[in-house]
Structure formats: structure tokens, C-alpha cells
Design a protein around this ligand. Structure first.
Ligand SMILES: [Zn+2]
Length: 359
């Protein structure tokens, strides 16, 4: 039987790539975890391994079908395929749902860096040893990743308009709601609202085609999300999301680019000169325009998720704000603030386009 399962696994079409990660509590030596699965560029780490690495304990409760973590705040609970962490009577949204892979309940880097760091009360250092491009390309690359790398190469257009077209991917949709705020407001709705408004602005003012990965409330596969970005003439790809944290204090927009594209001093508030890749330049212009519109920007960061989109198509993932901050939630829900945000994003794109034309 074991052998049969092994054989079956060998012929699974989307065989997950193996990865290794380093996890450490602030100031401690990192622990290397090898039994890590990587799917769609996201590392899945067995929850027991992750807890071990940060000095927490927990156990699987087969009656409640959930994993319980012992913390100073009491029992914290996660369940396979549930998008929430439960502590006491409170539910906190998770960016990625825990999943059973290879017989173990697994969580992603986002869970470790956000929820686990807060449960342990200390900062956690996390490094995906496979997010390094050179290493990844030397190793087996999944079919999907190959597709990404192939599709997301910028098509060179010497003359013509400043930007040929823009692709926008409003995150989540359908059953995949993304973060649900305490008010019931859903991330998928915010992402779509901003995407549609931004598309309208760009179409009206630049007169170029804008491709949305979805124009309604439905779920998409990774390939479908990619289709809009691989359309003829697309010079910019924006992915829209929102965040949540335990602390209701956190607020502001965060911008993400591929890890290899981040240049130093990116969180500098007074970015005088812009260097780096096209994605980095686009992110910098977006940050600048947002700040000028009095919208708080936390910074520009690397995202290992975007390593999926290897290639050189200028790509920025925009986390529009924190739905866990009551004040920011109210703003994000208001059409007026949404318009302000869209106007600033439009300005950033226009500035980026102008500069790349001058080059
Ligand atoms: Zn999201």
C-alpha cells in the first residue's frame, strides 16, 4: 500500500516542490526546517515544526478536528481549511488557510511571521532558502512557475504610448473572501472596488486597454489570474490586497515587489533618487504619490509570493491597508477615501510611465 501511494505521488501532475526554511526567534540561532512543501511559491511548514522552532507547544485535537496552541493568551486554535485563528471567543483572519499536506497540518510563512510572532510575543526571523532566484531556477521548477516566467516577460516596445496596457488583479473572489473585517466588510470587495475605479481612471485618462483578472465576485485559478497579465501590450501588473493584524494600531499601505528587485533604503520616507528595477521604480512612484495624498505608506518590501511572477514585467503587489484598524477600515469602506487612493495610484503610474519614456 505504501509503495502504491508512493507511486501515485510520483505521477501527481502538480507535485509540490520541496523547500527549506530558517526560523528563529529574535536574537536566537535559526532552526532549519527541511520538511517544507512549496506550492504556488508559498512555503507550507508543519505546525509542530514551526512551534518547536519558536518555543511554543501544541497538539492536534481529533475531536474538534483542530490544532491547539498553548500561548500566554490561552489556547489558540487553527483548523484545516479555515481562514481564522481562534483565541477565546475571538476570530482573527489568516492570510492563508492551514492545509493538510503529506499527513501534517501546515501553515505558511505569513502565519509564522504574523500570528505566531504575536503569540510568542517576539519577532521571528524567517527565511525561505528557496526564494532565491538562482537557486530556484537551478532546481526543479513547477510547470506553473515556468508558465509565469514565460508569460511575464516584458514585451519590448520602443515607440508608441508610454505604457501599452495595464493588468490589475483584484485578490480573492467568490468563496475565497480574503480578510473579513469586524464590520463584515470583505477584502475581496475592497480589492474589486479599487481595481474597477483604477481601471476607469486609467482608461479615461491614458486611453489604454486595462485588463482585470475578474470583474465580479468569483474565484480564479492562478492561471486565470495570470491571463490578464499576459495580454498583448501589458507593461504593468498590479495585484491588489489588504491586510489584518492582531494589533489594531497597524495601518497604512505596503507595497511588495519580487525579492530580487528590492534595493536598499526602500523604506526611506524621503526617497530622493529612484534606482533599481522597473518594479522597484513603479513601487517608489506609487509610494510617493500615496504619501503626497496624505495616505500612510509603510514601505516597499520583498515578497516571496511574487517570485512566482519571475520575468521582468513590472509587478507590484499593493496591500491597500489594514482591515483590523477600525479607523482605516472606515476609510477603506468610504467611496471618498477609495477615490483618493485611486487618484494617487493613477498619479504614481503616470509618473512611472513618464520616467520610463524618458529613459
Ligand atoms: Zn489578500
Amino acid at each position: 500500500m505504501r509503495f502504491l501511494i508512493f507511486l501515485f505521488c510520483m505521477f501527481l501532475p502538480l507535485y509540490p516542490a520541496f523547500a527549506a526554511v530558517d526560523i528563529a526567534l529574535q536574537g536566537k540561532d535559526p532552526v532549519r526546517l527541511e520538511n517544507v512543501y512549496q506550492q504556488d511559491g508559498i512555503p507550507y511548514i508543519a505546525i509542530e515544526d514551526a512551534l518547536d522552532a519558536v518555543g511554543l507547544t501544541g497538539y492536534w485535537n481529533s475531536i474538534t478536528h483542530s490544532f491547539r496552541i498553548n500561548t500566554k493568551r490561552g489556547l489558540a486554535e487553527i483548523s484545516p481549511a479555515s481562514g481564522f485563528l481562534k483565541i477565546g471567543g475571538e476570530y482573527y483572519p489568516l492570510k492563508d488557510k492551514p492545509r493538510f499536506i503529506d499527513g501534517r497540518l501546515r501553515v505558511t510563512d505569513s502565519f509564522i511571521l504574523n500570528q505566531l510572532a504575536q503569540l510568542s510575543g517576539r519577532s521571528i526571523y524567517f527565511r525561505n532558502l528557496d526564494s532565491n532566484t538562482d537557486k530556484v531556477s537551478a532546481k526543479k521548477v513547477s510547470g506553473l512557475e515556468k508558465l509565469f516566467a514565460f508569460l511575464l516577460n516584458k514585451k519590448t516596445s520602443e515607440n508608441g504610448p508610454m505604457i501599452g496596457a495595464v493588468a490589475i488583479d483584484p485578490g480573492h473572489g467568490g468563496l475565497d473572501t480574503g480578510i473579513i473585517a469586524s464590520s463584515g466588510y470583505k477584502e475581496k470587495q475592497l480589492n474589486l472596488d479599487i481595481a474597477e475605479k483604477l481601471a476607469k481612471q486609467l482608461k479615461m485618462k491614458l486611453g489604454i486597454p486595462i485588463y482585470l483578472s475578474r470583474d465580479g465576485d468569483y474565484e480564479l485559478t492562478m492561471e486565470q489570474r495570470l491571463q490578464s497579465a499576459s495580454k498583448e501590450g501589458v507593461d504593468i501588473w498590479l495585484l491588489l490586497h489588504a491586510q489584518a493584524a492582531f494589533s489594531s494600531e497597524l495601518r497604512g499601505v505596503s507595497l511588495f515587489v519580487r525579492p530580487e528587485e528590492v534595493t536598499s533604503n526602500v523604506t526611506d520616507q524621503n526617497d530622493v533618487e529612484v534606482f533599481g528595477s522597473d518594479s522597484m521604480q513603479l513601487a517608489t512612484e506609487l509610494a510617493r504619490s500615496l504619501r503626497e495624498s496624505a495616505i500612510a505608506v509603510r514601505g516597499i518590501y520583498p515578497s516571496s509570493r511574487l517570485s512566482l511572477g519571475r520575468g521582468n514585467l513590472p509587478t507590484v503587489q499593493i496591500e491597500l491597508g489594514y482591515l483590523s484598524n477600525p479607523e482605516e477600515l472606515e476609510q477603506l469602506q468610504s467611496p471618498k477615501y477609495q477615490d483618493k487612493m485611486v487618484q494617487a495610484l493613477y498619479m504614481g503610474i503616470q509618473r512611472y510611465a513618464k520616467k520610463s519614456k524618458e529613459k
